[in-house]
Every structure is written in C-alpha cells, then in structure tokens.
Design a protein around this ligand. Structure first.
Ligand code: 4AD
Ligand code: MG
Length: 498
C-alpha cells in the first residue's frame, strides 16, 4: 500500500491511494478531490478526458467522506496541500457517504462532542491525536532508554491513594472496590523490586469539576525511583518534559502547524532549565505589588491590542468592497481571526480583576486555583517547579520536610501559557510508624494499607516519584484550550457517550 505521507518516494510513478473524500470541488470537466487516507491529505485531479466513462460517473457521485480508491500519477506540486498532486487515471468507490453532518462551516462544540466518533476525522483533531501518539512514544522512549521498567498497576483497587472525596465506587462481587486514582502505591512496591519503574495507565477521579483541565478518566504516567530525593525527582521531571517537548517539535511540525500552535515558547521550554520556587515563595509572589502591577499592565496591553485590532478591521472592511475575489477571501479570513482574538481579549478583561483579587487575598495554606497557577507561570516561558507545599493540602504518603514539619516534600510542575499543573510528585514517607500516623491523621483505614506498610518493614529506602497527566500535556503542546480534545473519547462530568 502507498500512503500519502510517503508520496515523495513515488514521484512520477502511478500509485493507488485508498481513503476518503475530505473535500472536493468541480469546474466542468475537472474535479479537484482532496483525499485523506489517515496519513495525510492529497489533492487528486480528475479530468473527464483522462478517465473512463465509468470512472467519471463515479467521480460525479462523490460526496464528503465517500470512501474510495484512486489511481494516478504522482507529481510534485509545492502549492498543493501536502506538496504533491495525483493526476487521476482511475477511481473506484467503496461507499458513497450519506450527507455528512460535519461540514466546513462552524459547528458548536456540543454538536461536535456528540459526533466525536466522526469529528476525529477533522484536520485539527487528527493533528492532536498524532501529537498525543508522539508524546506517548516519547514517554516510553525516555524511560526505556534510562532503564526504567514499565509496569501495569491494577485498575480495581481496595484503597484510596489521593483522598477519598473523588473515588468512583464499584461492585466487586460481594465487596466494594474503587477505580484507581493513581498507580503510585503499586508503583512503590514494584520500585522496591526493580529500582526504577513507571506506570502508564488509565486513572479515574469522580471530580465534580467542570473545568477545561478535568476529566473523570485520564491517563497518567507515574515513574517511581528507589533512592531518589526531591531534587533528583525534580531533575528527572524536568529532563522528562524537555525530552517530550523536543520530540514533538522535531517530529510533528506539520501537525503543530495544522493546530496553528505558536511554537516559540515550546522552543524555550526545550532549551532552558525550569525555575524552581518553594510554595511559600510562590505565595509571596502572588500577593506582591509586582504581581498587581503586572496585571494592571496586562489590562492596559489588552485594551490597546483590542483598539488596534478594531482599527485594522475597519480598514480592511472598507477595502473589501472593491477587492478582488482572492483578496476578499483573505479579508474574510482575517476578520474571523480578529473576531476570535477580540473574544479572547474580552474574556481576559473579564477575568483579570478576579484573578487579581484571588491572588492578593491568597492565604498561606490554601491550594492554588487555576488562575493562581496561570499567574505564577506568566513571567516565565518554560514550566516552573513549585516545591514544599503545606502538608495539610497534600496526600498522606508524602514525606515531611525535616526542616519544617508543616511542609510536605512535594513538587508540582506548572506549565506556562495558562495550562497549569501537569505534574504532581513528592518524596515518600519511608518510616513505618510515621506512615501509620499519617494514615490515621487522614482518616484512612490501616487495614487496606497492610501490604503498602509492608514496604516499610522489609528494606525500606528513601524514594520519590511523580505523575504526569497525559491529557493536560497534550493540551499544552497542541495549544488546545480544553482537555476534551486531547483524548479520542473524553469522559467528563455530563459526558459518557459516544
Ligand atoms: O497531582 P496528582 O493527583 O498526583 C498523583 O496522583 C500522584 N499519585 C502522582 C505521583 O506522585 N505518582 O495527579 C498527577 C497529575 C496532575 O498533575 C495532572 O496533570 C493529572 O495528573 N490530573 C488530571 N488530569 C485530568 N483530569 C483530572 N481530573 C486530573 N487529575 C489529575
Ligand atoms: Mg496534584
């Protein structure tokens, strides 16, 4: 089989492509068919006098998403989508598609979510899934090359790992069980057998949060390392994320272009170290005069930008009347872009006062909200690592800071550009008695943790690990503003189908 992404190896040859009609237009005795085959899109030109009568009849029957095979000669054509064109000599339809519900016109997101099984064929969705795949490949490569053993943690569990408020409960014969929130505790057991391990599996949180960062079912990658302290943990997290970003930049430029991703900041992430600040420093920063001033400046900048955009729009709309057809199309495109940007600015201008308020009133001991995370990363182009959080807001298994009992040796990675927390991690408590105390303090039952406590009885060692949320990482790298577009079939509050 020949695929569109390999056409450069077949220039001047006759090949047969199998796929679907992405788009088409006709002008008399010529048809321009944009065909997609999963690997890319290729423009196929059908000239009535170059094909049989039968093939021409089939050409005239084409509809969007009709499945077919097309034979023709590959010619190089820089202007063409994908850089090649097929001069068609034959064409055969598998099935003429019914009227396809997703047309090039704009659709509401609810409609698209209802048709997610079809929406996946659209260009941006296609590109996002290929970036996701590249990230998955990069993750395995990174850990495998460093001697980590991949392990599968169970999905049915008898115990909570990340707090009891967001557990999905299910029946397990005569017992109750939960869907796992994290593979970490099992990862710790495996790390005591192999030293370096990572899990890569589905995790579940019954969070009643309808935000653009929350799914009820998401994929988490959790490395766990025997003998690692917090700094080693942060070093690994930084190398790991840089590796992923580099890979995607190197290997998915076409997809990033389809997604219209501005890659300048991603490049900075690939090249520069990530700032590390303590939670306490982060709180000071949030409440600082500098932060307030930065937000005030941001409001001014946004207002100015909006004025400039409106001026530009007025000008090009004036020009439109006399413009040539191609220029009209260009103007219409730009007007849509300006409209989108103005909506974003308006949203920012609505939000910034709330962000400012919430930052200034932030109290030490609280957990960062989405907007606080956005503000904390705003002055950096790379992710930042925030460490040493108040123990009260963190999980029972985290080691306390020997220099300050109130602090947990936790480290979260916050992505820039408003993407927020992508990694949560920590050093683990390795002392048996202290761990038992923590379990009790968190109101958890020691019974279900017997096996976990065993790890502290038989050769306990200092160890650390972290968890990366795959979907948030995909959203950040693709520049998508909601995690629902980062996984083929998202599960969220209020969404279980398709
Ligand atoms: O910070 P979390 O809850 O950490 C843990 O579960 C630890 N057991 C990890 C470890 O140390 N091994 O979750 C880790 C990451 C978050 O930073 C976020 O990226 C993602 O998982 N995440 C979610 N992603 C989508 N939807 C949700 N509801 C998520 N909750 C967490
Ligand atoms: Mg977290």
């Amino acid at each position: 089989m020949v695929y569109i992404n390999n056409l450069s190896e077949h220039v001047d040859e006759e090949v047969t492509l199998k796929g679907w009609v992405y788009n088409y237009r006709s002008s008399g005795s010529l048809y321009f068919v944009e065909m997609r085959d999963g690997s890319g899109i290729c423009q196929c030109v059908v000239a009535q006098d170059a094909v049989s009568e039968e093939a021409w009849e089939q050409t005239e029957a084409l509809r969007q998403e009709t499945s077919l095979e097309i034979t023709g000669k590959v010619v190089e054509d820089e202007r063409s989508i994908g850089g090649h064109e097929l001069q068609v000599t034959d064409l055969n339809i598998y099935q003429v598609a019914e009227d396809y519900p997703i047309t090039p016109k704009e659709h509401g997101v609810e409609f698209l979510m209802e048709n997610r099984h079809l929406w996946l064929r659209s260009q941006k969705q296609w590109a996002a899934m290929r970036v996701r795949n590249e990230i998955i490949y990069a993750i395995h490569t990174f850990f495998q090359e460093r001697g980590f053993v991949q392990m599968d943690a169970p999905i049915f569990t008898g115990n909570a790992a990340e707090g009891t408020t967001n557990l999905f409960e299910t029946e397990y014969f005569d017992d109750e069980a939960y869907l796992t929130q994290s593979g970490q505790l099992y990862g710790e057991a495996m790390a005591m057998a192999h030293g370096l391990i990572y899990t890569f599996g589905p995790t579940f949180r019954a969070e009643k949060s309808k935000t653009r960062r929350h799914l009820t079912e998401f994929w988490m990658i959790e490395p766990e390392m025997a003998f690692y302290d917090l700094n080693m943990n942060m070093d690994l997290a930084e190398d790991f994320v840089q590796f992923i970003v580099k890979r995607v930049l190197d290997r998915r430029p076409k997809e990033l272009e389809i997604l219209e991703r501005d890659t300048s900041k991603l490049r900075k992430t690939a090249e520069n170290g990530f700032p590390r600040i303590s939670y306490t420093e982060a709180v000071e920063e949030l409440k600082s005069d500098d932060m307030a001033a930065m937000l005030d400046q941001m409001v001014e900048d946004r207002k100015q930008e909006a004025e400039d955009l409106k001026e530009e729009r007025d000008e090009i709309e004036k020009e439109r009347g006399q413009a040539k057809k191609w220029r009209k199309a260009q103007i219409d495109q730009r007007v849509i872009e300006i409209g989108k940007r103005l909506d974003e600015i308006e949203e920012d201008l609505r939000n910034i006062p709330d962000w400012r308020e919430s930052a200034l009133n932030f109290e030490w001991g609280e957990d960062f909200g989405g907007s606080d995370e956005t503000l904390l990363t705003m002055k950096y182009d790379t992710p930042i690592l925030v460490h040493r959080y108040p123990a009260e807001i963190k999980a029972f298994y985290m080691k306390r800071d020997p220099e300050d009992e109130k602090l947990a040796m936790a480290c979260d990675m916050l992505a820039p550009e408003g993407y927020g927390e992508i990694i949560g991690g920590s050093k683990r408590e390795e002392d048996l008695e202290t761990l038992k105390k923590r379990i009790a303090e968190h109101g958890l039952s020691e019974d279900v943790f017997q096996w976990y406590l065993d790890l502290r009885q038989y050769g306990s060692v200092p160890h650390s690990g972290f968890g990366l949320g795959l979907e948030r990482t995909v959203a950040w790298l693709c520049g998508l503003d909601h995690v629902r577009e980062t996984i083929p079939f998202p599960r969220m509050m209020g969404r279980l189908t398709p």
